[in-house]
Design a protein around this ligand. Structure first.
Ligand code: EPU
Length: 410
């Protein structure tokens, strides 16, 4: 890709990766065909498809619609070959224990963010009556019948909240999840489960109350738009200038991010079909600190750092969710960014332009941040290991080039 701008045009926001994956896993809770609409055609969805198919589920994609036919008998195994490629595979644990009382799921290892434990998932499920043993790198889970309980999460973990939510909908009695995660993707999962016949109160708050039912039914459901994809385009606009209309963007899911961009000088306006965004001058630097929702999402941070590298002034960036999520900074520095990182903090001093260079994507969001940086760089930037980007974005290069960015995928 090459330095680009100004951008001009409209982009449609696709379905949220981090919701679609969980809704696919949650489909295991009901026998029959669940249809999901607005499912992005990305590698992580393909991996979840492979995982469910290996369990005996039949899956058919037609455009953005995915039909998931769940049989009565499920083979409850998530092998390491798939979990290693996508750690979100762990969210099949809750539904499998709830539906058939057995699950053998490979233990995810660490990743580019550093160590990512699943202790809260397991402790929470144990409180509902599940037992776990560790064998040859797998977690072997059993539960005769899950029993509702009060679970207090030490940290509002997205994945732990989701696993507990999916397990407790079919548990006997009432489950309370205290300090639950409040991300829009959790609310989407709760809404999906409620349509299947689950009884859930408090979605979007830190206290979820779930009254177990005996059986759930398959449904047709539309996945919410991807707020992280929207944030990626806003960051591209931040460095290129111009104007974009983000069709389908949910402003109510991105309040904190939009405030941050407004603070930096972006002009934003919600309309009937999404969000209009405009950048006329070089943006001003701002401080960024990640927090669980409704705070600024850690997933936005790499793009915000990319935007700060060419903003006017200096910004302090603090990572409060994943201690190791700063690896892409070395790549940005190769492109001429002025960044000093130490522990959870980084100070980014804006320069006028970056300088295109060969760089490496370490994960999905880091890869997308390098795309944003490449649009703010003189000359050519070539991103290796770009397959990471495909895990979470459907045709990022095509979409950005349709609004004037010079980016191609080879
Ligand atoms: N944590 C524990 N123990 C646990 C679970 C989590 O210590 O049992 C810690 C983690 O190590 C981390 C913090 O709690 O420090 C938050 O982790 P969380 O469980 O909330 O994250 P996750 O469910 O593993 C999801 C998204 C991530 C996103 C985070 C935070 C999916 C598939 N992944 O991960 O998205 O960054 O929530 O919002 O939903 C991405 O899309 O690129 C991505 C990484």
């Amino acid at each position: 890709m090459r330095g680009s701008g100004p951008l001009d045009g409209q982009l449609r926001i696709g379905g949220a990766k981090n919701s679609a994956l969980k809704l696919m896993a949650a489909s295991l809770l009901a026998e029959g065909t669940t249809s999901l609409v607005n499912v992005p055609d990305i590698t992580d969805v393909a991996i979840m498809t492979e995982l469910l198919e290996a369990m005996g589920v039949e899956i058919r994609r037609t455009g953005q619609r995915v039909d998931i036919n769940v049989p009565n008998e499920i083979d409850p195994i998530a092998p390491y070959s798939l979990v290693e490629r996508m750690r979100a595979s762990i969210v099949v644990l809750g539904p499998l224990l709830a539906r058939i009382g057995r699950a053998r799921v490979a233990m995810p290892g660490g990743d580019d963010f550093g160590s990512r434990p699943i202790d809260m998932h397991l402790q929470g499920l144990e409180q509902l009556g599940a037992t776990f043993s560790h064998e040859h790198g797998d977690i072997n889970g059993r539960a005769d019948r899950l029993i509702g309980s009060e679970v207090f999460l030490e940290f509002p973990s997205v994945g732990a909240t989701e696993n507990l939510l999916m397990a407790s909908v079919l548990a006997e009695g009432v489950t309370i999840i205290e300090n639950a995660a409040r991300e829009p993707e959790i609310t989407d999962l709760a809404n999906f489960l409620s349509e299947m016949g689950g009884r859930i109160e408090g979605a979007g708050t830190s206290r979820l109350r779930i009254e177990g039912v005996d059986k759930l039914s398959p449904v047709n459901y539309t996945v919410i738009p991807d707020r992280v994809e929207a944030a990626t385009y806003l960051s591209a606009l931040a460095v290129c200038g111009g104007q974009l209309h983000l069709e389908g963007a949910r402003v109510d899911h991105m309040e904190m991010l939009l405030r941050k961009f407004e603070e930096m000088g972006m002009i934003l306006k919600e309309d009937d079909s999404g969000l209009q965004a405009k950048v006329v001058d070089r943006l001003t630097a701002a401080d960024v600190s990640t927090l669980p929702y409704p705070g600024l999402a850690t997933d936005y941070k790499p793009f915000l750092v990319a935007a700060l590298t060419v903003s006017d002034g200096a910004g302090m960036v603090t990572e409060n969710i994943f201690a190791g999520r700063f690896r892409y900074i070395d790549e940005l520095v190769r492109m001429g960014a002025e960044i000093r990182a130490e522990g959870r903090h980084a100070v980014v001093r804006g320069v006028r332009r970056l300088s295109g260079a060969p760089v490496r994507a370490h994960d999905i969001r880091a890869g997308a941040a390098l795309v944003v940086a490449g649009l703010a760089a003189d000359g050519e930037t070539a991103i290796s290991h770009a397959h990471h980007v495909d895990r979470g974005y459907e045709d990022l290069a095509g979409k950005l080039s349709s609004v004037g960015a010079q980016v191609t995928r080879t």
